[in-house]
Design a protein around this ligand. Structure first.
Ligand SMILES: Cc1ncc(COP(=O)(O)O)c(C=O)c1O
Length: 465
């Protein structure tokens, strides 16, 4: 028992198995607040928990758009029929997508959007007479979804678990974080080795998050990596696919994170913010050159899901784009995000366990290290990530931390990703509650570590097997 609640910051909270977890029952949401069945209110600093709810809870415009569409036309299947909502959303989404990305296919979520990106990349090469291209190289420290093809794209064996027999082995490269490769040159060398090893003529795509989400909060490779990646695309003819499931639709302060990079990707997959938590919708957007290859070839792109392009989620997507534009929310995220990162840094200043506060727009990440040397991973048995989330919840704050040390290139870290509509006062309260939680957990961790020797953590060998 602490002064703040029943969770003791000095208790280890290694995340229990799903069957053993406690799931607070959330019964209502309003703006950036949610309320549980017992009437307790929580500040939602994670946009619904998974960064989807970009515009907050209880949006009348989105609710009304869904209601009106359901009344007019709830559903038609897009294999033989289309509908005005799908066509309008396609026009509006491609209008805000990077230059030249003119074609879109709607799906129902992030993993499906990524799978569709994989299918598109493969089709592009087959249509152009290069059926040998199928491999996908990607950073090991990533998450692209729980379906078999997307799970194969992460190098984190712990996420794949017993499913490996179903997963196609793909080459991976390590991240260019301060710990491994601050310049980006090592990752490029690993990419070259992977290309060499499998043969560049077998590579269909390089697949990555432009700015990472939970796997490596708010991390983006250094400029040299992006330049080198674009050079290699030119040289070897693979496509670049961006997983913008989290970053698309404004999260990092531009419509797409790709907008800030020195090249245009070939394919972008996006999802969460497109429905803003009010509808299950994702989209795969491709450059005209990808579409043209298929249009000039077989003109076939078969297989789809029942809900692809259905009117109801598309109507919500249109209302989301309208809200983002009308309230100039992406501009706000860009400007306010910079200040938010500074505020978070200041609030955490002097905490030995906090190595880095990074971020873009309203996608911020905090990286924790062993306070004794300021760089080693924290011992995983301390369960710092889980502890931070538990203490935060007890103090009425929803946050998401991860601890992929066992299967990846990152230790304990937290995401901080509030809805774009969060007021200045609410942001201040989120920062203050979060910093209080981190400080108390850090104090407890320092006490626990006193007198213990740091234990080196094994680093996975995901470098271009
Ligand atoms: C970066 C990223 N890609 C893909 C996904 C999978 O999206 P979904 O859960 O909508 O299938 C997620 C989900 O958290 C994600 O964060």
């Amino acid at each position: 028992m602490t002064a703040h609640g029943i969770v003791d910051a000095s208790h280890s909270h290694v995340l229990p198995p799903e069957f053993d977890r406690r799931y607070p029952m959330i019964v209502a949401g309003d703006g950036v607040w949610v309320q549980d069945a017992a009437g307790r209110r929580y500040l939602d600093a994670m946009s619904g928990g998974s960064m989807a709810l970009t515009l907050g809870h209880g949006r009348r415009d989105l609710i009304e758009a869904a209601r009106a569409q359901a009344q007019q036309l709830a559903f038609v299947h897009n294999e033989r029929l289309t509908n005005p909502a799908q066509e309008q959303l396609a026009r509006e989404l491609t209008a805000v997508a990077p230059e030249g990305m003119e074609r879109v296919h709607f799906v129902t979520g992030g993993a499906e959007a990524n799978e569709c990106a994989l299918r598109l990349a493969r089709s592009y090469h087959v249509e152009r007479g290069e059926p040998s291209r199928w491999r996908v190289i990607s950073p090991a420290q990533a998450y692209h979804g729980p379906t078999m093809a997307t799970l194969a794209l992460t190098g984190r064996a712990g996420l794949q678990g017993p499913l490996t027999p179903y997963l196609q082995e793909q080459p991976h490269i390590p991240p260019s974080t301060w710990r491994f490769d601050p310049s980006g040159e090592e990752a490029l060398a690993a990419l070259d080795r992977a290309l060499e090893q499998v043969g560049p003529e077998t590579v269909s795509a390089f697949f990555c998050e432009a700015v990472s989400a939970a796997a490596l909060p708010a991390y983006t490779p250094p400029p040299r990596f992006w330049e080198g990646l674009a050079e290699r695309r030119e040289r070897h003819g693979f496509l670049i696919c961006f997983d913008e499931v989290v970053t698309g639709m404004g999260r990092t302060g531009s419509w797409f994170a790709a907008d800030k990079l020195p090249f245009t990707p070939d394919i972008i997959a996006t999802a969460k913010g497109l429905g803003a938590g009010y509808a299950a919708i994702g989209a795969t957007i491709c450059h005209e050159r990808v579409y043209d290859a298929i249009a000039a070839g077989s003109r076939r792109f078969t297989l789809g899901h029942t809900w692809d392009g259905a009117p109801l989620p598309c109507a919500v997507g249109i209302a989301v784009i309208d809200a983002l534009r009308r309230s100039r929310l992406i501009e706000r995220v860009a400007k306010r995000g910079e200040r938010l990162r500074r505020e978070l840094s200041e609030a955490l200043a002097g905490v030995g366990m906090v190595r880095e506060v990074r971020g873009h727009g309203f996608l911020l990440g905090v990286e924790y290290v062993d306070p004794r040397d300021g760089e080693s991973f924290l011992p995983s048995e301390l369960g710092v990530a889980g502890r931070i989330d538990d203490v935060a919840l007890e103090r009425g704050l929803v946050i998401l931390s991860t601890q992929p040390t066992g299967d990846g290139y990152a230790g304990d870290q937290s995401l901080f990703a509030p809805p774009f509509t969060t007021t200045d006062e609410e942001l201040a309260e989120m920062v203050s509650r979060f910093a209080g939680v981190v400080r108390d957990v850090a104090d407890a961790v320092e006490r626990e570590l006193a007198g213990r020797k740091p234990v080196p953590q094994p680093i996975p060998a995901a470098d271009a097997q």
